[in-house]
Ligand binder design. Structure first.
Ligand code: PLP
Length: 439
């Protein structure tokens, strides 16, 4: 009997004992092609010798020093590197241990900024339906995923939710993508007006939606419209790039691809690539200057912020990505993966849509291809696909449809940037095997 309180209390899990490049290996020696990086984490695979060496070296010299006593070399160097890469005036980095903490920090920074700026009435957050921003209470409140929120609702701060940008289901037949994007921006403006613009502190969104929609980029112009709207009403824009950031979509930050500069940018997952748990919130100079010139203290913190070994791991990961030119690979392999998925599954009777950007791809499963009617979520199709894929030696990240039937089950793919063309074919073959078992 396991004494671990696992995610599922009814399921048992194989024991992972090793990693070799793009594969994870269980205690029976079975190899699993990691086509989702766990949850878009392991962008360098599982045995990168440079990163492992950097972690060993850091632990041997200094594993950890509490951030209220010291700064450390790896933390400073990582902040330098990230702010060099980040768009515009995102000049400061607040280091945490994961994505939810990065979002919590962003929400608190937004609130403290307005308090110190003399606008304490700004307290409302607007997010989007069918979104996920983490599981801690603040981040969960921001998220618009009904299934995750349901039972915790009484504990969550009030957040308004507007429509996600989800062209496959919500763009009207008589609408261009641009017109659809404008309609959504107008919807956000209506919500801002309803709440009272002077009460709104931030809008939060994922530039390319991961877990809740399955690798869905916005239509062209949508994020530019959102940025303009936020500027017009003095509202902060938080981009949650916990999943889609750090090269996953073929640029270091997905917001760059949208041509926008957020005020706060949350990253995690690919930042440390799973070699250490680490996340971060990139913060604009304006926000930091306001707090610096006010109380001079960000009223927040965790024991492990800026953990030296975690920062050293992330630094090694990011240097490796740059030195090996992996972003270019993300783009070429991403195109190959999309083509291979389309060739194999486009005509599948239950594949409704194949989409994404870079090595971030999603397949939406539908009951009826023509009407796009989703499967009944009670069938738990996503769980069946996951089990069949694991049997076939493939890790993919399937997600159930929404309770209101507004989205079907989907499969999220986020393979390591180091994969080769042969792995694209292996992925598609194994996924076909899995789908043949389920349908
Ligand atoms: N934000 C997004 C977009 C995510 O996808 C996730 C996790 O999947 C989180 C936040 C929360 O990150 P973590 O699980 O590291 O707390």
């Amino acid at each position: 009997m396991s004494h671990v309180l696992h995610r599922s209390l009814t399921q048992s899990y194989p024991t992972a004992v090793g990693g070799d490049g793009v594969y994870l290996i269980d205690a029976d020696g079975k190899h699993y092609l990691d086509a989702c990086g766990g949850a878009a984490v392991s962008c360098l695979g599982h045995s990168d010798t440079d990163v492992i060496a950097a972690v060993k070296q850091q632990i041997a010299s200094l594993a950890y020093a509490h951030s209220s006593f010291f700064t450390t070399e790896p933390m400073e160097a990582l902040a330098d590197l990230l702010t060099e890469q980040a768009p515009g005036k995102l000049d400061y980095v607040y280091f945490v241990s994961g994505g939810s903490e990065a979002v919590e920090a962003a929400l608190k920074l937004a609130r403290q900024y307005f308090v110190e700026k003399g606008e304490p009435e700004r307290r409302h957050v607007i997010a989007r339906r069918q979104s996920y921003h983490g599981n801690t209470l603040g981040a969960l409140a921001a998220g618009g995923n009904a299934w995750r929120r349901q039972q915790f609702q009484p504990l969550l701060i009030e957040v308004s939710h507007v429509s996600p940008c989800y062209a496959y289901r919500d763009q009207r037949m008589d609408e261009t993508p641009e017109a659809y994007g404008t309609r959504l921006v107008n919807e956000l403006e209506t919500e801002i007006q309803r709440l009272g613009p002077e009460q709104v502190m931030a809008f939060i969104a994922e530039p390319v939606v991961g877990a809740t929609l399955g690798a869905v980029p916005a239509v062209p112009g949508y994020f530019k419209g959102i940025r303009e709207l936020c500027d017009r009403y003095g509202i902060l824009l938080i981009c949650d790039e916990v999943m889609c950031g750090m090269g996953r979509t073929g640029a270091m930050f997905a917001s760059e691809q949208e041509g926008i500069e957020p005020d706060l940018l949350c990253i995690a997952k690919g930042l440390g690539a799973g070699y250490q748990p680490i996340g971060a919130t990139l913060v604009s100079k304006t926000i930091v200057d306001t707090i610096k010139n006010g109380s001079g203290f960000f009223q927040h913190g965790h024991t492990y912020i800026g953990h030296a070994t975690a920062c050293a791991a992330a630094l090694a990961v990011q240097k490796t990505i740059a030195e090996r030119g992996l972003l270019a690979r993300v783009n070429t392999l991403g195109t190959s993966l999309q083509q291979a998925l389309e060739e194999r599954f486009q005509s599948h009777p239950h594949v409704g849509d194949i989409r994404g950007r870079g090595l971030f791809r999603g397949i939406e499963l539908v009951l009826d291809k023509k009407t796009r009617e989703p499967f009944d979520p009670a069938l738990k199709l996503h769980a069946k696909v996951k089990a069949a894929a694991m049997n076939a030696g493939l890790m993919c990240y399937p997600m159930g449809g929404t309770l209101d039937g507004r989205r079907g089950d989907h499969i999220l793919l986020a393979p390591p940037f180091i994969m080769e063309e042969q792995h694209v074919h292996e992925l598609v073959d194994k996924l076909e095997l899995a789908l043949n078992t389920v349908f």
